[in-house]
Design a protein around this ligand. Structure first.
Ligand code: SF4
Ligand code: FES
Length: 222
């Protein structure tokens, strides 16, 4: 078993894991948006950057495989700054509509902003790029393109889990956006799960929108 040191603590980790998987196994939190253990790895959001001894650049913990005696730090000034910059970039054109967003209260953007960013926007509110607001992807799911952070979790869910490929990334660079083909609605039997897979309020449940705030809900076994 490879030995790995995270923030000065030595752990044994199973062979073939990535840094983020090893950290999760020992309860060490590394921020992430695009990473999800069950839908394939993307490595695009840059929230999980960590320092690895002997490597000049920060490395994404979700795509970097463990090596024996690897020394990882998640708690340095450099790592904190990288996360802050990633957050600032992701929030650049994000709408300020938390008060009317169903995800508010369980939104990873809100959580990481409060825990790790806390910056004032350097981008004028009136110049934010506007995108298409809530429209149907299928009978159960609505997409708000303005809120999307392009983590591609929903794309990988329909590609790797349901294997139906309804959701895609269209266009390129700053024009990239999530969507579906006109004649292929999101209507597979598991389509409602993309609402939970989405870490922000971009995908919402069509029949639950504006019904209740999450802090008034009670959890139950299912
Ligand atoms: S809609 Fe949600 S899950 Fe899909 S890419 Fe955008 S933020 Fe990620
Ligand atoms: S979680 Fe690693 S790049 Fe997104």
């Amino acid at each position: 078993m490879p030995k790995i040191t995270i923030n000065g603590q030595v752990y044994e980790a199973a062979k073939g894991k990535t840094i983020i998987q090893a950290a999760d196994d020992v309860g060490m939190e590394i921020p992430r948006y695009c990473y999800h253990p069950d839908i394939g790895i993307e490595g695009s959001c840059r929230m999980c950057l960590v320092e690895v001894k002997g490597t000049p650049k920060l490395l994404p913990a979700c795509t970097t495989p463990l090596a024996d005696n690897m020394e990882v730090r998640t708690d340095t000034q450099r790592v904190h700054e990288a996360v802050r910059y990633a957050m600032e970039f992701l929030l650049l054109h994000h709408p300020i509509d938390c008060p009317v967003c169903d995800q508010s209260g369980e939104c990873w953007l809100q959580d990481y902003y409060m825990a790790r960013a806390g910056h004032d926007s350097r981008y004028p509110l009136g110049q934010k790029t506007r995108r298409r607001k809530a429209f149907n992807l299928g009978p159960l799911v609505k997409l708000d393109q303005e809120r999307c952070i392009l983590c591609t979790r929903c794309v990988r869910f329909t590609r790797n889990v349901t294997k139906t490929n309804e959701i895609q990334v269209f266009s390129r660079a700053h024009n990239s956006e999530i969507g579906i083909f006109e004649d292929r609605p999101l209507n597979n039997p598991y389509s409602g799960n993309v609402v939970d897979v989405c870490p922000v309020g971009a995908l919402t449940s069509a029949d639950f929108r504006f019904k209740a705030r999450v802090w008034f809900l009670k959890g139950t076994d299912s």
